[in-house]
Design a protein. Sequence first.
Length: 201
Amino acid sequence: MKYKILIILLVVWRLWLSTFTKHGDLHNGWNWAGNAVKHGIVDFYELPRSVFWPQSRPNQPAGSVYLYTFSYQLNQFTNNFLWQLNVSFPFFPSSLVWWWQRWGDVVSLKLPSLFGDLALFAAILKIGKFSKLSKLVGLAYLINPPLWYNSALWGQNDCIVAALAIWSLIFLLDGRILLSGALLGTSLITKASWSPALIIF
C-alpha cells in the first residue's frame, strides 16, 4: 500500500514539475501541431517555412507530429470543457479556467511523456515478475533525475518511443506477434531510436 502511495505521489510530482518550464522544442511541437490541425497532414512537410514555420520546419517523423497534434487537441478540448463548466455552474472555480489557459498547453504536451514513463515503469515490473527487486528498479527509474528532467521538464518523447519498443519485445516473447509488430512500428514512426530492435524480428 505504501509503495502504491509513493508511486502516486511521484506521478503528481511530475505533473507539478511539468508546469515549471516550456522548452523551445515544445514551441516547435505546438507550431507543428497547430498547422497539422489547420491544414492536414497531406503535404505537411512541404508547407513554406516563411509562412508556416516561424521556429523550425518539421524535422521529426509523422508519429511525433501526430503525438503533438493529440496534445494540441487535448488542450483545446479541456479548455472548452472547463469554460462550459464555468459558465454553466456558478460555483465552478474560475481560477481553474485561468490556470488551464496559462499552463494547459504545457501540461498537454508533457502528459504523453508522463504516460510513457509509467509504461516503462510497468514494463520493469512485468519483466521482473513484480518481484521486490523489480519494484526497487522501477522506483529508481521514476526518481532518476535525468529521466524525469527529460520528460517532465524538457517534454521530450523518448520515453514513449522506448516504452512502445520494450512492450513490443515483451509481447513478442509472449507470442503476440501482431500486437508486437504494431507497437514497434508505432515506435519507429515516432522516432527511429529503437530501429536495432528490428534485428530480433
